[in-house]
Design a protein around this ligand. Structure first.
Ligand SMILES: *Cc1c(COP(=O)(O)O)cnc(C)c1O
Length: 368
């Protein structure tokens, strides 16, 4: 079965093999060498001054960030993950302002500027780079830049869990950049990543908050290539292997080509792309037969793609592009969707989806 859900993503055999080595103790020179290697590679990838690796899923890093940096966050809610920032703030009795949009719609830079100008007590913005609920790309870089021009002390917390390792992110105005192991890194779930600006580091060093998610304690330890608590050793060894094999420029190029080619191909067979600003991490299609489409894809064509969540549970399907994916797998997914539409009497199969996919894919690769 081809796993094409936007997280967890399939792990490559070389990465799985690296993780199958005998367990290492986390307080050893041997493990610290892996840790240091990953730290340096992550700083490079995120283009941030400091990074942390935490033993938790992505939401743990979201909670740690809210607790450490936010007294009055502006939360951008264009889907389940934006809503999660709001729910975390609520759970800690932190006052917040929320911008709610349909899951296919990103708020404009001007709309956010207006809110910042009218609410001088906002000290942080929490936003997804890609809101995975609808596969929507927010204009995070522009929002961050505008925010800093309004007030440079407002902390930008960007959830890049489905953007890191997908595309080059301009993190120059981002203070906290959040990642997770189970998306573009193709690792098992269980590790969150945080990148910090100089401004964020200063706050961490002043704000001694929380216990397990105390970023001050964690930063002190991780600067010495160790962790405050037991490290997720297996995942970190897998991450080291990822960095060993990953040519990040090629990954960006191929992910982009795969995403654009998939969208073209699906449009060519009459399907509708859901978000107004699609991310490169996944292709999201709006279709009221999504449940049947996914069922046929699984049963007849060995393809597992994701449905939606909540109000969009049965009305969208999402195809993953994150990670290192063989072109013949992505092309089979597109083919299988066209075959499925034939079975559901949408249109007769003529192979156009695959033709459009391959034409667009190789054209994109040639162009960059
Ligand atoms: C997957 C994902 C998360 C992390 O969720 P966890 O289940 O806690 O790992 C957070 N934000 C986005 C945008 C995601 O796609």
């Amino acid at each position: 079965m081809l796993l094409f859900t936007p997280g967890p993503t399939p792990s490559l055999e070389v990465i799985r093999n690296a993780m199958a080595l005998p367990t290492l103790h986390h307080r050893t020179k041997e493990f610290e060498a892996y840790f240091e290697f990953c730290r340096e590679k992550l700083k490079d990838l995120l283009n941030m001054q400091e990074v942390l690796m935490l033993a938790c899923s992505g939401s743990g890093a979201m909670e740690a960030s809210i607790k450490t940096f936010c007294k009055k966050p502006l939360c951008i809610n264009s889907g389940k993950f934006g809503e999660r920032f709001v729910n975390i703030a609520k759970s800690h009795n932190i006052d917040y302002i929320e911008v709610v949009n349909e899951w296919d719609t990103a708020p404009s830079v001007d709309e956010i500027k207006e809110i910042l100008l009218n609410n001088k007590d906002i000290d942080s913005i929490c936003i997804q780079i890609c809101e995975s609920a609808g596969g929507l790309r927010h204009n995070v870089e522009e929002i961050a830049k505008m925010t800093k021009s309004v007030n440079e002390n407002i902390i930008i917390i960007a959830d890049g869990i489905t953007a890191i390792g997908v595309e080059k992110i301009d993190s120059s105005n981002i203070d906290v950049l959040i990642g997770g192991s189970q998306k573009a890194f193709m690792l098992p779930p269980g590790m969150a990543i945080l990148g910090f600006s100089k401004k964020a580091i200063d706050i961490i060093e002043k704000n001694d908050v929380g216990f397990y998610f105390n970023l001050k304690t964690e930063l002190k330890n991780q600067r010495k290539n160790t962790t405050a608590w037991t490290a997720p050793t297996t995942i970190i060894i897998g991450l080291a292997k990822y960095f060993e094999i990953a040519d990040i420029k090629t990954i960006y190029k191929e992910t982009r080509a795969r995403a654009l080619a998939t969208q073209e191909a699906l449009k060519s067979i009459g399907l509708i792309i859901y978000p107004k600003q699609p991310s490169l991490a996944m292709s999201t299609i709006y279709n009221e037969d999504s449940v049947s489409i996914r069922k046929i894809l699984r049963q007849d064509y060995d393809v597992n793609i994701a449905g939606g969540q909540d109000k969009l549970k049965d009305n969208i399907f999402r195809i993953n592009h994150m990670g290192i994916i063989s072109i013949y797998e992505s092309s089979w997914v597109v083919n299988a969707i066209e075959l499925t539409l034939d079975k559901l009497n949408y249109r007769a199969f003529d192979g156009v989806a695959n033709r459009v996919f391959l034409q667009k894919y190789y054209m994109e690769l040639k162009d960059c």
